[in-house]
Design a protein around this ligand. Structure first.
Ligand code: CA2
Length: 149
């Protein structure tokens, strides 16, 4: 069974508790539960982690190598700043889907830049918590296409 790491970055532990007009009212626990349930339906094992610390996110990406076959990452504000996260993703050579709850391209100009996008399989943004499910489906398809080759 393919295993997927769902990694959430800084402040996403606050989901559903503040700014519901921007990030929705779904809590992180609900997102993680829904990822596990949809993952199982797609035949994917799902492990969810959240950290507010850049180094802990980098460690989790390094440790994913050999354990998980894919990563779903919402790096929060580190998306727009972290060359270190970009380097970590490039180093593990695992397929990664970048997710954002909000449409980062329709927000402030500083959110338009993503250091994750160039090393990601693709980016999903603007669909709220459903973006994580879309990302699981994208990885499922990616794994299936790899098997067919
Ligand atoms: O839209 C997204 O998912 C973001 O990654 C969320 C980040 C933001 O910095 C990115 O530009 C886009 C912020 C996460 C903060 O999450 C909160 C959730 C609820 C209440 C307060 C913050």
């Amino acid at each position: 069974m393919n295993s997927v790491l769902v990694l959430n970055g800084p402040n996403l532990n606050l989901l559903g508790t503040r700014q519901p007009e921007v990030y929705g009212s779904t809590t992180l626990a609900m997102v993680e539960q829904s990822c596990a349930a949809h993952g199982a339906a797609l035949g994917l094992d799902v492990l969810c982690l959240q950290s507010n610390h850049e180094g802990a996110l980098i460690d989790a990406i390094h440790q994913a190598k050999g354990v998980h076959q894919g990563i779903i990452l919402n790096a929060g504000a580190y998306t727009h700043t972290s060359v270190a996260l970009m380097d970590a993703i490039a180093s593990v050579e695992l397929p990664l889907v970048e997710v954002h709850l909000s449409n980062i391209h329709a927000r402030e100009p500083f959110r338009h830049k993503s250091y994750i996008a160039p090393v990601a399989l693709g980016q999903i943004c603007g669909f709220g918590a459903h973006g994580y499910i879309l990302a699981l489906e994208a990885l499922r398809k990616h794994f299936d296409e790899g098997k067919a080759k």
